[in-house]
Design a protein around this ligand. Structure first.
Ligand SMILES: Cc1cc2nc3c(=O)[nH]c(=O)nc-3n(C[C@H](O)[C@H](O)[C@H](O)COP(=O)(O)OP(=O)(O)OC[C@H]3O[C@@H](n4cnc5c(N)ncnc54)[C@H](O)[C@@H]3O)c2cc1C
Ligand SMILES: NC(=O)c1ccc[n+]([C@@H]2O[C@H](COP(=O)([O-])OP(=O)(O)OC[C@H]3O[C@@H](n4cnc5c(N)ncnc54)[C@H](O)[C@@H]3O)[C@@H](O)[C@H]2O)c1
Length: 445
């Protein structure tokens, strides 16, 4: 027997769920999930990471204010912090499932595979639909080195019942830096092995160098041009051999050298859907090579950053496209990126490196804002903001922020960019003073 739906969505993360809720207002929708309802972000990504980061932020603030009215830097109690995180994550899968069902969305737990261009099978049951949306996200890559079975991932880190004393991270992207910062703040000895000399390759190098210097000052050791070759286990410890003379003994090693699309079990060929190692091939309407099958979120091969708000935006876009066949090609709004380290690095819009290559087109305002009231008040060790303007009309088109409150500053700047707010218009506003918002005019040329 085959059960028929208007749209079947594979994967209940931020992308799939956004599409499901938008479609369910008018359609008979099925969502299939093979692991945790809610997906990476709330179960093993952004949200649990930031629960742990709460204690790090509070500790950083206290540390900056030593000799300025505060005495004593608080210690992180790992088991308590983890319990705080668990109290949040434990209710995610059940809450997500209940939310979908309350919206009249049919849910199936299991392992789906395509059996025809318009049919999917879970266990022995076949489901047919006019449209499908693949939203299966990505999973960490574990390299096939000797001893790979001892390598753990970000998912394991975010569930550690006790904090290992000595930890190594492989890679220096978002995941490694954010988790290394949490581990070091909580008292672990932390090593980062990076195969070249560049952290956060998508961000401007003079900013990322500030961050690696700050992390080094915090006690984190970067091992540059270093690749892990072998892991061996001795009792409860791990010996790491590398391509250099470096040998390290640690209590845990976490690999964070990238993530790959989760597509292997779907039998895409049965439905004529093409993919590369980078993810599903889609057109400018997020349609795969099967015109009835769309894809959203991290599983797509795309140049946009792989982030929760992007997956959510794409999910809503595809729902709209399915409901209205006249929908235009996807146009992404400005997308801020934030690395939640100590401090944070954030960027949005035109990349600084691109702006520097076109001085006739862009005007760049680079400001060390450490002594500005907002940052001096919290004794930020270093704070820097760069804003980028289109010379022709003085429009704000890009920004980079290095500060403990970069997440908020970048969101304000994103709103100003999106709404094309001029310095004059900003001057007509009354904003609460003193606050990060009341600085905004000073980021304009
Ligand atoms: C440690 C970490 C921290 C992060 N921090 C941030 C952050 O601070 N901010 C931010 O914006 N982004 C962050 N991200 C990225 C963010 O989590 C992803 O961009 C986001 O979750 C993508 O949503 P998605 O719906 O595309 O995929 P996912 O959230 O990965 O959801 C995919 C779902 O599909 C399911 N699935 C997979 N295969 C199948 C299958 N065959 N059948 C059925 N179901 C399947 C999965 O179980 C999962 O539930 C972080 C990621 C990690 C790993
Ligand atoms: N704050 C956030 O928004 C946030 C946080 C975490 C993750 N994410 C998302 O998740 C994605 C994945 O994060 P990630 O840190 O796993 O990947 P990444 O691509 O950001 O970083 C991978 C790191 O591993 C290194 N690397 C690559 N190949 C390697 C190899 N063979 N050996 C050793 N090192 C190698 C890279 O140079 C880089 O430093 C991010 O790109 C982002 O989209 C976002």
């Amino acid at each position: 027997m085959t059960t028929k739906f208007d749209t079947i969505i594979i994967g209940a993360g931020p992308g799939g769920n956004a599409a499901a809720y938008a479609l369910a207002k008018q359609q008979h929708v099925l969502v299939i999930e093979n692991s945790l309802w809610g997906g990476t972000c709330p179960n093993r990504g952004c949200d649990p990471k930031k629960m742990l980061y709460s204690a790090v932020e509070a500790r950083d603030q206290a540390q900056h204010l030593q000799q300025f009215g505060l005495k004593g830097v608080p210690e992180i109690n790992w088991p308590e912090l983890m319990a705080f995180k668990r109290a949040y994550t434990d209710q995610i899968p059940g809450g997500t499932l209940a939310g979908l069902q309350a919206a009249n969305i049919t849910t199936v737990y299991g392992q789906p595979r395509f059996v025809a261009a318009d049919q999917i099978q879970v266990d022995q049951i076949r489901y047919q639909a006019d449209h499908f949306i693949i939203a299966t996200g990505q999973a960490p890559v574990v390299p096939e080195i000797n001893g790979h079975e001892y390598l753990q991932t970000s998912t394991d880190f975010l569930a550690l019942p006790t904090l290992p004393q000595r930890i190594a991270f492989i890679g220096a992207g978002y995941v490694a830096l954010e988790l290394a910062n949490i581990a070091a703040s909580a008292g672990a000895e932390v090593h980062i092995l990076q195969h070249n000399q560049r952290i956060l390759r998508d961000f401007p190098e003079d900013y990322t160098q500030l961050l690696s210097a700050a992390m080094t000052a915090k006690g984190i050791t970067f091992h540059w041009d270093t690749e892990l070759t072998t892991v061996t286990k001795h009792d409860d410890r791990y010996s790491l051999a590398t391509n250099t003379t470096l040998q390290l003994n640690v209590d845990a090693v976490f690999v964070a050298s990238g993530r790959r699309p989760q597509l292997a079990s779907l039998d895409l060929a049965a439905a004529g859907i093409e993919a590369t190692a980078k993810g599903l091939t889609v057109d400018d309407h997020l349609r795969t090579t099967n015109p009835h099958v769309y894809a959203v979120g991290d599983v797509i091969a795309k140049k946009q950053p792989k982030l929760t708000p992007v997956a959510n935006f794409e999910g809503r876009y595809v729902a709209h496209t399915i409901l209205d066949a006249t929908a235009t090609a996807i146009e992404y709004p400005f997308t801020p990126q934030v690395v939640y380290a100590s401090p944070q690095i954030a960027q949005v819009g035109v990349k600084l490196a691109d702006a520097k290559k076109q001085p006739e087109r862009y005007q760049i305002l680079e400001q060390d804002v450490t002594q500005w009231y907002t940052f001096n008040r919290i004794k930020e060790p270093t704070a820097k903001v760069t804003t980028i303007f289109e010379r022709a009309d003085q429009r704000l088109v890009g920004a980079v922020v290095y500060a403990s409150i970069a997440e908020e500053v970048i969101n304000y700047l994103t709103l100003l960019m999106t709404q094309q707010v001029t310095k004059g218009q900003l001057g007509q506003q009354i904003l609460a003073y003193p606050s990060p918002g009341s600085d905004l005019g000073y980021y304009y040329v």
